[in-house]
Structures are given as C-alpha cells and as structure tokens.
Ligand binder design. Structure first.
Ligand code: HEM
Length: 113
C-alpha cells in the first residue's frame, strides 16, 4: 500500500509538471490557449488527488481541510482548462488565473503543515 501511495504521488507530480509546463510554454510564447499537456495535467491532478485523499495505508495522516482547499482549487482549474479547450485564443485574465491557481495549489501542498 505504501508503494501504491508513492506511485500515485509520482503520477501526481508528473500531472503538476504537465499542467504548469504546458501553461508556461503558452505564456512565454504569448499564445494564450490551452494545450494537450494542460488538459492531461489538470485531469491527472483531480484523479490522482482524489485517490491520494483515501486513508491508505492505515496509519497515513490526512489533513482534511487542506485536501478540501486543494480539491476545490483543482476542480476550478480543470473546469477553466476544459471549458476553453476548443478556443483558438483565451482571455488573458482567464489564462493567467489557471497558472496562478496551479501555483497556489502547489504552495498549499508544500507549505500547509
Ligand atoms: C492543480 C492541482 C494540484 C496541484 C498543483 C497539486 C500539487 C501537489 C504537490 C506539488 C504535491 C507534493 C507535495 C509534497 O510531497 O510535499 C501534492 C501532494 C498531494 N496532493 Fe496535490 N495537487 C493538486 C491537486 C490535488 C487534489 C485535487 C487533491 C485531493 C483532493 C490532492 C491531494 C494531494 C495529496 C493527498 C498529496 C500528498 C501525497 C502523499 O504524500 O502521499 N492534490 N500535490
């Protein structure tokens, strides 16, 4: 069970890399549109995050308030990514909010102890 949690955390970090990396590529090229990496990353974060919120192995300590904050943010991010996936161009505010909320969620994961 411990190994399964490590594998899931690893996939969770790959999802984070896809989401933030996809965002940064678009941001630096000044083409504000959603790419495949962001679509995959936002979905991977929600799915792996939900599974990581399950109490396994038995002695794992979970912070439910922290997980609730992360869950709400991740669902908002995924909604904001998937709802504009077919658009050639996304409003700057909408696009930058996706990257900003991703960074906030990583900060919550890291600093909320
Ligand atoms: C965009 C969305 C998300 C981002 C950027 C993100 C980011 C991260 C990062 C960077 C870590 C590693 C932190 C560390 O090991 O110190 C982490 C771990 C974790 N995240 Fe997320 N996360 C997201 C969504 C979610 C969601 C939706 C949930 C569940 C509601 C969740 C639950 C967890 C859990 C339980 C861990 C700890 C895994 C473990 O140590 O076993 N995450 N997240």
């Amino acid at each position: 069970m411990e190994a399964l949690r490590l594998v899931l955390r690893y996939i969770h970090l790959v999802g984070f890399a896809l989401l933030l990396g996809g965002f940064v590529v678009q941001y630096l090229s000044a083409k504000f549109r959603v790419n495949g990496a962001m679509l995959a990353g936002s979905a991977i974060q929600v799915v792996t995050g939900v599974v990581l919120s399950a109490p396994f192995p038995k002695d794992v300590e979970l912070d439910h308030a922290k997980l609730a904050v992360k869950g709400v943010l991740a669902v908002l991010i995924a909604g904001m990514v998937w709802s504009v996936r077919k658009k050639e161009s996304v409003a700057a505010g909408h696009f930058i909010a996706i990257g900003g909320m991703t960074l906030v969620n990583a900060a919550v994961a890291t600093f909320w102890r």
